[in-house]
Write a protein that binds this ligand. Structure first.
Ligand code: F6P
Length: 353
């Protein structure tokens, strides 16, 4: 077979490990593997390169993606789709493995509808906002990066007995703030899911946590608030309002802000991300051989959704189902989000102690 592989959307640590395995397994099983550069943009330009063993050595440890990535605006249009189908034929692709997040999987689903070749998706996005996968490629590394950054911030915070608000990525999904917040001993975690709090209410909530941390007689030396990017109140406004409150009610306590931004998306992937990426990619190549089409391989798929593979952690899910579940994850209706919120509600009062 001639198998194409591309990485698309926001890059995620582990993408290289995934594409390396697609190529390695493909070559080992007698296929030709083409790496398409710059995601769907590269596909539209027929910008592809033959992947060979020599170019794959040592890339599993690299962050980003050696193929490059893009958020294509041309691809979703009717003209873009027609051109993409023509390019698939031109490149002689019989299967295409798409590694990316919800936007990329929606693109894969649209392309699959025209059946120019078999289309198989792999979930990769640090946000963990993709349906029917317990984890997406990149999430574990991102959480570890945030925890390490918070530990460093905590060192300097303790030296000055300060409070910090640390904002982390997650445009529509607070998972990174939630998980890293627990691991980094945050005193409060702010996320958008199920929470329409006004600026005043958020200031009040943060202030209550800080009052608890720095109340008279307490020797606690730092307070940490993890805030998800998706929270509608800007971090700078929250910090300023909080400082005004502190100056009056807890004089001497300063609050600082750090926006981690793209720092969280880079870096060498964790062992878990590398292993996960490789096992998903292995199943993707085997799936292409078996004629799988318009599906995603999910990791620890909740609720036993989808079809099993030879790997107990990996299941096959139709991309249509993935996208439907992703929509529910983003609007908070998904049982997965409800479970996350219920767990956090149980510990909310404890973490500020
Ligand atoms: O990959 C998803 C994401 O990391 C979001 O959390 C974030 O808002 C967005 O990407 C940033 O994207 P860009 O790099 O295109 O600004």
């Amino acid at each position: 077979m001639r198998i194409g592989v591309l990485t698309s959307g926001g890059d995620a640590p582990g993408m290289n490990a995934a594409l390396r395995t697609v190529a390695l397994v493909g070559l080992a099983r007698g296929h030709r593997v083409l790496g398409v550069r710059r995601g769907y943009e590269g596909l539209l330009d027929a910008d592809a390169t033959e992947l060979e063993l020599g170019s794959l050595d040592g890339i599993a440890r690299l962050g980003g993606t050696i193929l490059g990535s893009a958020r294509s605006t041309r691809f979703p249009t009717a003209e873009g789709q027609a051109l993409a189908r023509a390019r698939v034929a031109e490149l002689g692709l019989e299967a295409l493995v798409v590694i990316g997040g919800n936007g990329s999987l929606a693109g894969a689903h649209a392309l699959a509808a025209g059946r120019p070749c078999a289309v198989v998706g792999l979930p990769a996005s640090i946000d963990n906002d993709i349906g029917h996968t317990g984890l997406a490629i990149g999430v574990d590394t991102a959480v570890n990066t945030i925890v390490e950054a918070c530990d460093r911030i905590s060192d300097t915070a303790r030296a000055h007995r300060r409070a910090f608000i640390v904002e982390v990525m997650g445009r529509h999904c607070g998972f990174l703030a939630m998980r890293a917040g627990i691991a980094a001993e945050a005193d409060a975690i702010l996320y958008r899911e199920g929470d329409d709090a006004t600026e005043d209410a958020l200031v009040e909530r943060c202030f209550a946590a800080l009052k608890q941390c720095f109340r008279p007689g307490r020797t606690k030396m730092r307070a940490l608030i993890l805030k998800s990017e998706g929270v509608r109140v800007p971090t700078s406004a929250l910090t300023m309002r909080l400082q005004e409150r502190l100056d009056v009610e807890l004089p001497g306590i300063d609050v600082r802000e750090t926006v981690l931004g793209h720092v969280v998306r880079g870096g060498s992937p964790s062992a878990l991300d590398r292993v996960m990426a490789q096992r998903l990619a292995f199943a993707a190549v085997r799936g292409c051989e078996k004629g799988l089409h318009d599906v995603m391989l999910g990791w620890d798929v909740p609720d036993d959704h989808g079809e099993p593979t030879g790997d107990p952690h990996v299941r096959i899910v139709p991309i249509a189902d993935v996208l439907a579940e992703s929509a529910q994850l983003l609007d908070g209706a998904s049982p997965v989000v409800q479970r996350r919120l219920a767990l956090l509600a149980q510990v909310q009062d404890i973490i500020a102690l």
